[in-house]
Design a protein around this ligand. Structure first.
Ligand code: URQ
Ligand code: ZN
Ligand code: ZN
Length: 481
């Protein structure tokens, strides 16, 4: 099957060009004007629109078992909602319980993800340590296309990685040429502050942000960065939510350390006033970690994103419906942490980023797709409008508008954190490897058409670990007896 996307402006991370895009089967075959295409080629009219790489969301948790329940969005409904929003690939997480085989967890998540409607890959979390973890990290890298290992520095008593796990895992990842990623919050501080806040009689969702202030994230971000620096491991900080963590990333990057930062779309536009909403359910639906911050942090995050100190945007899509959130009715510590957003990320970033002048269309492509593809070694198969790349494309209508609502979204959750937000700039058509998943305001997704995407180690984008490699190997002092 062949199709040509005609009349659009192709936007890549580097340029904007008036050009048509010809797709044969699953692959982009030609880009240019006056292309000579076979008879019977399907024509997609992109007049007045941009043609961009499909979004890649490097941080989702479809059907995650967590805090005594399971996230309500599964891999089919989640990748379908993603397509409705212009995102054509997700990177989710296989998260073993402490003591559980990493390989076993990876296989379990692979099974759940089979139903995906678009392509996916899996980070693997290191939640404990012994020789089997050391061995399985190598197997995952060499035989299962894993090049990134996640470490939760929060969630004490559950999946928290302490310094011993961090040092062992970062060391192993450096040997394997893999990237380490961290959820940077000091889990011990959170645990103690939660207890202290609860004992002060604060039991509602307003207690959540009080127990994890920006300093708690800043400390962990800096600690992870310093450990990675000493061990020579490239590091990626997920959901950077505050100035404290951004400053740690900026310092490291300016000193030549290979550190990457991710910011969630929601942390850029929603502030912590949500936790004082008089409606318990509304406040609880915003309980996620790190929490929403005061407005000053948002402007700093926008500047960090535009300045290239933060490279990717994500959603941490981890949905819990109202009855699930109500597990914490009497104790905010029991509210399952997570929000939705996989469908809204691109439009929210275009409206608040491009329409305001904070981001150019090319920078938008970089932070929603291309940078992620380069960091996780998917480029140029993914994250590119280039001959030979997968035809993961979005025809973006900069004039189209949408008012975001739980009543009209395609996400399997009974709440939307962007409820009532009207955005200008929406996906008109979304294609995954040449297959139309979204058009005319309708989903055309099918269970199981998504594929697992291998991510080889030693991504060229990580480059030499400049600062650490500069350290000379220590030598013993020769002493006379
Ligand atoms: O911490 C995460 O990234 C997972 C458990 C989703 N929940 C959240 O609050 N961010
Ligand atoms: Zn996290
Ligand atoms: Zn997460």
């Amino acid at each position: 099957m062949s199709l040509i996307i005609k009349g659009g402006t192709v936007v890549t991370a580097d340029s904007e060009t008036r050009a048509d895009v010809y797709v044969e089967g699953e692959t982009i075959r030609a880009i240019g004007l006056d292309l000579d295409v076979p008879g019977g080629t399907r024509v997609i009219d992109a007049g007045g629109c941009y043609v961009m790489p499909g979004g890649i969301d490097p941080h989702t948790h479809m059907e995650l078992p967590f805090m005594g329940t399971t996230a309500s969005e599964d891999f089919f409904t989640g990748t379908s909602a993603a397509a409705a929003g212009g995102t054509t690939m997700i990177i989710d997480f296989a998260i073993p319980n402490p003591g559980q085989s990493l390989l076993e967890a990876w296989h379990a998540w692979r099974g759940w993800a089979e139903k995906s409607a678009s392509d996916y890959s899996l980070h693997v979390a290191v939640t404990w340590w012994d020789d089997t973890v050391h061995a399985e990290m190598k197997t995952l890298c060499e035989e299962h296309g894993v090049n990134s290992f996640k470490h939760f520095m929060a969630y004490k008593g559950a999946i928290m990685a302490d310094d011993e796990v961090l040092v062992n895992s970062f060391t192993r990842a450096a040997e394997l040429g893999a990237l380490c990623t961290v959820h940077a919050e000091n889990g011990e501080l959170v645990f103690q502050l939660q207890k202290r806040i609860f004992e002060m009689g604060i039991h509602g969702p307003e207690g959540h942000p009080l127990s994890r202030p920006p300093e708690v994230e800043g400390e962990a971000a800096n600690r992870a960065i310093r450990i990675a620096e000493v061990l020579g491991t490239p590091l990626y900080l997920v959901h950077t939510s505050c100035k404290d963590a951004l400053e740690a990333i900026t310092r490291a990057r300016l000193e030549g350390q290979r550190v990457f930062g991710e910011v969630l779309a929601q942390h850029l536009v929603i502030d912590d006033s949500v936790y004082r909403d008089p409606d318990w359910n509304t406040a609880a639906h915003h309980v996620m970690s790190p929490p929403f911050r005061s407005k000053e942090h948002q402007e700093a995050l926008w500047r960090g994103l535009a300045a290239g100190m933060l490279q990717t945007t994500a959603t941490d899509h981890c949905c819990f419906c109202t009855p699930q959130k109500q597990a914490g009715l009497d104790d905010f510590r029991k509210i399952p942490n997570g929000t939705g957003g996989v469908e809204d990320r691109m439009a929210v970033l275009w409206h608040h980023g491009v329409n305001t002048g904070r981001l150019t269309p090319s920078e938008f492509v970089a932070v929603t797709s291309t940078n992620c593809a380069r960091i996780f070694n998917l480029y140029p198969k993914k994250g590119a409008v280039a001959v030979g790349a997968d035809a993961d494309l979005v025809v973006w209508d900069p004039q189209g508008t949408r008012t975001i609502s739980k009543d009209t979204h395609h996400q399997n959750i009974d709440f939307n954190i962007y409820e009532g937000m009207t955005v200008q700039g929406v996906p008109a058509i979304t294609l995954s490897r040449g297959r139309v998943l979204w058009a005319d305001g309708q989903l055309h997704t099918e269970r199981g058409t998504g594929r697992y995407v291998d991510r080889p180690c030693a991504a060229p984008y990580w480059g030499a670990i400049r600062k650490t490699n500069a350290r000379r190997a220590p030598t013993p002092v020769q002493r006379k007896r």
